[in-house]
Design a protein around this ligand. Structure first.
Ligand SMILES: [Zn+2]
Length: 103
């Protein structure tokens, strides 16, 4: 009884990992479960308080959603942390410059 050591035969279908971003997002979607899939914030997403470009999306219990710029995210962070089911923080995009990944 040594059937455990038999390797599976090599199949003709070898999935090429070309679209790693898509795979990653699909995996994220599975992990978040019932919550609607989060999409990246765009220039069309504006802060609910001041109308500046939003960098933080706050998902509330139910289907509520709030958008904040970096300034108002900092201002309301304490209160939001208590009620939010998920906080999508993209404020890192503000500080990071292209080609500056080394530091
Ligand atoms: Zn704002």
């Amino acid at each position: 009884m040594d059937g455990l050591s038999a390797p599976p035969p090599p199949g003709p279908e070898d999935p090429a990992p070309e679209e790693t971003g898509t795979v990653h997002e699909a995996r994220r979607r599975l992990m978040t479960g019932a919550i609607a899939p989060t999409r990246p914030l765009t220039a069309l997403d504006l802060c609910d308080r001041c109308g500046a470009p939003a960098y933080v999306r706050v998902l509330l219990p139910g289907s509520g959603e709030l958008l904040f710029c970096a300034h108002h995210n900092r201002k309301h962070a304490d209160a939001l942390a208590k009620i939010a089911v998920e906080i999508q923080d993209e404020t890192g995009r503000l500080a990071s410059k292209p080609g500056d990944a080394a530091s």
